[in-house]
Design a protein around this ligand. Structure first.
Ligand code: SMO
Length: 748
């Protein structure tokens, strides 16, 4: 905001070279030849690299969450074949960016005969599919619980829905960037990289380059948004690091906007369908679901996550005993699909919430009443789900009632009746959602410095969420200190060698708990030290804002500055150690699940089909909230992205595999004036899996809001007989749906 941030592209190093990539202009082709001579001879050019130069490099590890995953090969630069438009084919390294870009234009790529190879023709993958890879199925996932066939045979009613989620662009304000500093006098390669997981980036880069991770230091300075898109290493990153090693000189690259649309990972791209069996009371007895993911031509580290999340989250917040859930990922001739804010959670929510509304229509029950009958009751918490998850805590029915009260749901339905009477299209959409917040561990280090300030080093990296503020609060609370006395550091493998990183809404719950425990450990050791210095029993002293104080001795306090001085004096004392420092690796005892409910009200212009979301009333339960202002901002920011997905965002490839939405002229991002009124409320049910009781909140806006908006749009159009809408809900799509329904009507 003030211009004082320091992003990777701001980092300067002497004699740094610049890279420009030559990218495939076709979705599938055999590389007959790559003419690099003219480019190599151009002014300022140091090297032109192509596939053959990087043939021996290693592959990017893919998270083995699905142990049978078969990722397509990872190419730093294309080898004999190109698999998607935008795939890097060659890299020009030059003294200036302008020289690199100009020379890249001179590289002459002959694609030979372009024959679309026979690949999957599965229309559900929504892609032009020219996959020439031997197996276009990279993974399968299945969950079966109970006897689905019997449950469906016994059903009083069955309903089915399908929801396809087009791919969307994560669109971080700061594009991808990497700056590799090579210093011949220093065996360590310093890699400036805006990564959510700098420690994993270091490991993966070492794997690809075939060098010792100890030779790499990754630093993520200020990061201008990530949203999952900056969680994995990219082919371009590997090339830049390899080029620095090969040329023994610093090298940098920053993606342009168009390159991001073309070659950054994209989100969603899941097509989903489901059937539900209902008993005579409107309770879902069984769920059958098929999920298909279009993966693109390579897999980032978390490539299986969206489909896996969507599958394992089902049946969401509802009590459904019997399930048959299958998911698969297919390689397609597109940019790689990766995790993006929500990562499977929005898809699970949309599917269940569509089913709820369709079931309500079929049974004649109000959509809220139907949800009431199906939500997991509070007394069942913690609840085991049919996919093997444990929903740790929460009161789903209470939150639903709270959302209905906040939205004046009965009032909305009355208004709807009036609007319909007047010939207006007005819809109300309810969406309940759950937000699993990650498993595993994170590191935290708290140290009392000699000057009395406190350093808190966390493995939870930061991308603009306000991490420093929240983590300083956590440490301040534990140490009875003002937050401005605490310096929060992160994102540097030299400071924090081991970490998981900022993913899956886990940072406050897991990373915050690590830092909280480290702070408590420092506090306890300081307490013992203070007792010794004040010459009294530990029971006789207490910590307050002024420091440690013996009972009844108001003036004789030992504050943190005095303690720091004492520690420095006693340097080498085995009891206090060289510094008052605690290192913690906190492992959560399980996954915590945030949840919430959005109620959207929306109008549709009957002439143009333009949908306008008027208002979203939203109750979220993220467990114990450390900083309410930042929590609200996470919700609203996520909502803006969720609104974009629901109403306008869509990556489009044509049937030749060309990217149609390659610029902001063609790819619609929501703007300030698209935002509805947002009314927020919250519940705070502590998480059971971490000592802070915190759940996640970062992805909620992308999860609940799109499903509520989709339901609201279909609710608005229900009188016309429109039963299905594809996302995003552009005016053109809605207009066509209305028109088709009217024509159907006329035929009847
Ligand atoms: S989509 Mo998140 O960065 O796990």
């Amino acid at each position: 905001m003030t211009g004082s941030g320091r992003f990777v592209d701001d980092v300067a190093s002497p004699n740094c070279l610049h890279v420009a990539f030559v990218r495939s202009t076709v979705a599938h082709g055999r590389l007959a030849s790559i003419g690099t001579q003219a480019a190599a001879a151009a002014p300022g050019v140091r090297a032109v690299f192509s596939g053959e130069d990087v043939r021996g490099l290693g592959e990017l590890p893919v998270n083995p969450l699905v142990d049978t995953v078969r990722p397509p090969p990872f190419f730093v630069l294309a080898q004999e074949t190109v698999y998607a438009v935008g795939q890097p084919i060659a890299a020009v390294v030059a003294d200036t960016l302008a020289a690199a870009v100009a020379a890249a234009d001179l590289v002459d790529v002959d694609y030979g005969a372009i024959e679309p190879a026979a690949g999957s023709d599965d229309p559900a993958c929504q892609a032009p599919l020219f996959s020439a890879l031997p197996d276009d199925r990279a993974f399968e996932i299945a969950f079966v619980e109970g006897d689905p066939d019997a449950a469906f045979a016994a059903a009083a009613e069955t309903v089915s829905v399908s929801v396809d989620h087009p791919r969307v662009a994560p669109f971080t304000l700061e594009p991808r960037s990497i700056h590799v500093v090579f210093d011949s006098g220093d065996p360590t390669l310093t890699v400036w990289l805006p990564s959510q997981a700098p420690q994993r980036a270091r490991r993966d880069l070492a794997t690809i380059l075939g060098i010792d991770p100890a030779r790499i230091r990754v630093i993520a300075p200020d990061v201008g948004g990530a949203f999952g898109m900056k969680a994995s290493l990219y082919p371009e990153d590997a090339l830049v690091a390899w080029a620095a090693l090969s040329l023994r000189q610093s090298v940098k690259w920053t993606a342009g906007r168009a390159e991001e649309l073309l070659a950054a990972t994209q989100g969603r791209g899941l097509s989903t369908e489901a059937q539900a069996a209902l008993d005579g009371d409107g309770r879902i007895t069984a769920l059958r679901t098929r999920i298909r993911a279009s993966l693109g031509h390579w897999m980032p580290f978390s490539g299986v996550v969206p489909a896996r999340n969507a599958a394992r989250i089902l049946p969401g917040p509802y009590l459904v005993p019997t399930v048959d859930i299958a998911a698969e990922g297919r390689v397609t001739a597109q940019a790689a699909a990766g995790i993006y804010r929500g990562a499977g959670r929005p898809e699970a929510a949309a599917l269940m919430e569509r089913l709820m509304d369709v079931a309500a229509r079929k049974t004649g029950l109000d959509p809220v009443e139907l949800r009431r009958r199906n939500l997991i009751p509070q007394e069942r918490m913690p609840a085991a789900t049919p996919t093997g998850e444990i929903l740790d805590s929460g009161d789903y029915p209470a939150l639903l009632e709270r959302a209905c009260a906040a939205a004046d749901y009965p009032g909305l339905r009355e208004r709807q009746a009036r609007e319909r009477e007047a010939g207006n299209l007005f819809g109300v959409g309810v969406a309940f959602y759950v937000e699993p917040c990650g498993v595993g561990w994170e590191t935290g280090k708290v140290r009392l410095e000699a000057n009395g300030r406190v350093t808190a080093a966390t493995g939870s990296s930061a991308q603009g969420q306000g991490r420093e503020t929240v983590f300083a609060q956590i440490v301040a609370d534990a140490l009875c200190l003002a937050p401005d006395r605490i310096d929060v550091v992160y994102g540097d493998t030299a400071e924090v060698p081991e970490a998981t990183g900022a993913l899956a809404s886990r940072s406050t719950g897991i990373g915050g708990s690590a830092i909280h425990q480290a702070a408590l450990e420092v506090r306890d050791r300081a307490h013992a030290l203070a007792a010794r210095l004040l010459q009294c029993s530990p029971d006789a002293i207490a910590l307050d804002q002024g420091g440690f104080r013996a009972d009844g001795q108001d003036d004789a306090a030992l504050d943190w500055t005095a303690l720091a001085r004492a520690v420095a004096t006693e340097h080498g004392n085995p009891e206090t150690g060289p510094a008052l420092e605690a290192n913690v690796r906190f492992e959560a005892s399980g996954e915590t699940w945030a949840y919430g409910c959005c109620i959207a009200s929306l109008t549709i212009d009957a002439d143009t089909g333009a949908a306008r979301v008027e208002r979203i009333v939203w109750v979220d339960d993220a467990g114990v909230v450390v900083n309410p202002d930042l929590a609200e901002d996470q919700l609203v920011g996520g909502l803006a992205q969720g609104l974009g997905q629901a109403l306008m965002e869509e990556i489009v490839y044509d049937e030749d595999g060309q990217l149609v939405t390659g610029s902001l002229m063609d790819y619609a991002l929501p703007r300030a004036d698209d935002m509805p009124d947002v009314v927020l409320d919250r519940m705070e049910t502590p998480a059971l899996t971490n000592p802070l009781g915190a759940k996640g909140i970062g992805e909620a806006g992308c999860i609940g809001a799109p499903a509520a908006i989709l339901n609201a749009a279909l609710d608005a159009l229900a009188p016309l007989g429109v039963r299905h809408l594809d996302l995003p809900l552009t005016s053109g799509r809605i207009w066509h749906a209305m028109n088709d329904a009217r024509n159907e009507d006329r035929k009847r």
